[in-house]
Design a protein around this ligand. Structure first.
Ligand code: BGP
Length: 465
């Protein structure tokens, strides 16, 4: 059966500044630039973000390649650590202003809608060392200065803005599960950071509207990795575990961004556990009054949980994991290279959740994708990666997305991670995700089989079951 998408549907792909540009000409180091300086072997094969896919120098050729595979929209981010000269004052680095102006103009010249995200895990590291980064409300205000500069400089041409990418990953990676620098394990700080990230998003949205960009066709939102939670059984203990996981991992940001309020049940638990964030009435008012216009949803894999083996009340320092354990579904389909379960139906569940519980807000799939190691093994003699696994993966996800749209969910686009193989946090170049391959030694970029297939899909605006 053929499934048709709207004529204005966004067919695109996503990357970020720190993962594609390289470190050229940057005045400040971000958290990952610094981490790589002090601990290079924390990164796969000791490869850091210094060059990545060299977008800083090759953006014209890269954008031409993106156009050649039919992308009509591309998301990247503006690097705070590149754009801003004095972080405290929010003054500009003119080279960076010129660079981002050129990039945006080049996208538009190629009929690709530029979608801009502001923060993608890339806090300037000196703000962490000086103030504790997102633990500090002073840093929240510096981020708002950066956001305001971006809106003023580029808001005439960029109409779709996002404040953060996957803010829960900052909370988890930096403050709970030790997978991103500074690798702390501190539940109380984690909760404050989650609050401050939510506050920073609302404050940036307020600036956006006070500049009148919403009156000029502009929209602003947030990008969340809405990993749906599925309980291991219908027993009440597993259902409760799943409820907490959903509250902490998804609704902590989604309810706040979309409804302007933290979920009451989560607040109650955090208060009872003595770890609730510090907030003021005026901040909560800003959060209430500055909800999102649009939502980006990153989806890779489901989150399956069960009741924890240890009772929530009987463990030491507070961590959210005391309320649930991960559960591995027997017989699950896996992307073994990345260690993630493949479960396309979750996209339909996400679509229905947004429709039913979040006022059917306009949204798009802002990331989805399949990371594969040693992809050169799938390269045919002409240098084209024969990535049929990626084509199948995308197609299956689009089928479930289409079902959700048919049932009335207000989804307007699908972006794959990523247009051109780029560097990744910690995994560096281990897993390749792109529609276009990038040889990191020669910087030769070649369209993969999936890139040619995606072009056809964008032209026909149609997939097949
Ligand atoms: C998302 C991030 C992206 C990208 C992707 C793939 O969570 O927003 O920046 O890195 O994951 O992740 P990885 O390369 O670690 O498999």
């Amino acid at each position: 059966m053929k499934r048709y998408f709207d004529k204005d549907f966004w067919w695109g792909a996503a990357t970020s500044g720190p993962q594609s540009e390289g470190r050229f000409n940057k005045k400040h180091a971000n958290m990952f630039d610094y981490w790589y300086e002090v601990e290079p072997d924390a990164f796969f094969d000791n490869v850091g973000p210094d060059v990545t896919s060299n977008f800083y120098n090759s953006y014209k050729d890269d954008i031409a390649l993106m156009k050649s595979i039919g992308l009509n929209s591309v998301r990247t981010s503006i690097q705070w650590s590149r754009l801003i000269d004095d972080l405290e004052l929010g003054t500009l680095n003119q080279d960076a202003v010129d660079f981002y102006n050129d990039v945006i103009d080049e996208f538009i010249k190629n009929d690709i809608k530029p979608i801009i995200n502001l923060h993608h895990f890339d806090l300037p590291v000196e703000l962490y060392h000086k103030y504790g980064g997102w633990e500090s409300k002073k840093v929240v205000d510096m981020y708002v200065l950066f956001a305001k500069q971006c809106f003023k400089l580029f808001g005439d041409r960029v109409k779709d803005w996002f404040t953060h990418n996957e803010p829960i990953v900052v909370v988890e990676g930096e403050y709970l599960h030790e997978f991103h620098y500074p690798k702390l394990v501190d539940g109380k700080k984690a909760v404050q950071v989650a609050y401050n990230l939510n506050l920073s998003s609302a404050k940036a949205i307020k600036e956006f509207r006070s500049l009148g960009l919403d009156k000029d066709g502009g929209r602003i939102g947030i990008i969340l990795n809405l990993t749906p939670t599925y309980p291991s059984s219908n027993e009440s203990k597993d259902l409760e575990a799943a409820e907490f996981a959903e509250l902490f991992n998804n609704r902590l940001f989604l309810d706040t961004a979309a409804h302007g309020e933290f979920p009451a049940k989560l607040v109650e638990i955090l208060r009872k556990d003595n770890v609730l964030w510090e907030s003021t009435d005026s901040e909560l008012k800003i959060i209430k009054e500055n909800t999102i216009d649009v939502l980006g949803v990153n989806y890779y894999h489901p989150n399956r949980v069960k009741a924890p083996d240890v009772s929530p009340n009987s463990v030491g320092a507070w961590l959210p994991d005391r309320y649930y354990d991960e559960y591995l579904l027997p017989g699950r389909r896996m992307n073994i290279d990345r260690g993630w379960e493949i479960y396309p139906k979750a996209l339909y569940d996400i679509a229905m959740n947004i429709k039913e519980n979040y006022n059917n807000i306009p949204w798009f799939v802002s990331e989805n994708g399949m990371g594969i190691s040693n992809e050169e093994n799938f390269m045919s003699e002409d240098g084209v990666v024969q990535d049929d696994y990626r084509i199948d993966f995308i197609n299956e996800h689009l089928i479930y997305l289409h079902k959700g749209i048919e049932e009335g969910s207000n989804c307007f686009g699908y972006h794959l991670w990523t247009p051109i193989d780029c560097w990744s946090w910690v995994n560096a170049y281990k897993n390749r995700y792109g529609l276009i391959s990038n040889n990191i030694h020669t910087q030769i970029k070649t369209i993969k089989k999936s890139g040619y297939w995606f072009k056809e899909v964008t032209e026909l605006k149609c997939i097949e079951d």
